[in-house]
Design a protein around this ligand. Sequence first.
Ligand SMILES: [Zn+2]
Length: 256
Amino acid sequence: MFNDAPAACDLLVVSPHPDDAEIGLGGTLATLAARGRCVWALELTRGELGTNAGPDERWSESVAAAQALGLAGRAQLQLPDGFIDGDDAGQAAALVAVIRRLRPRWLVTAPEPRRHPDHQATPGLVERAVFLARLSAWQPPLPALRLHGAAALPGAVDRWEVQTVGHVTPEDGRPSLLFDIGGHWPAKLAALACYGSQLQRGDGRRATVINDPAFLQRIEDRARRWGRQAGVEHAEAVTTVQVPVVSDLPTEPWRS
Ligand SMILES: [Zn+2]
């Protein structure tokens, strides 16, 4: 690690759209926030191609969910919904500018479910931006963004190395770690309930995959399945690129 400044947040979750962070990691975010960790969520797009509700309503829902989880802050870039592209220099620049300001120790992407092209492209864009954020010779400016929880982002450093990068483990994937979300399952449900326009039918909303009640059931089934593996009630799973480096035997259990 060659960072010249301390981290400005413990965990930054980067997602393509409003609601993805909560679907993938809401329990982990609530647990960490309750422990006093500084946790931020960043959406790459405003979700303007959503079937139900426009960007302003979706932003209001995101702010309410951030409050339900106790996040330190939330930011939303204006990259084009439907066209996240890991090879787009402008999109990488926007993400680098945010990473250098929030200076996260951990960065996790929430690309599940993967049927949406933005979800498939986000990990690649993040991987590129995490690498480019280390190169002081490239200094892209901060683009327009929406903010909740802070009047402005912290000042930028000219390079930043994220300690650990991961993504929400897909249903058929192998976790690198299982996060025991303890008694914070209700906080996840409360955060998901903030996304009425996306996750609930009625009020004239058009039917989608994610406003089918079966979708919420799937989220719970997954948390219980990871929980069974972890020996707890509910857990969420993350797959990391790196492996941990230890200098003693960990005290926490490892499960198969
Ligand atoms: Zn999404």
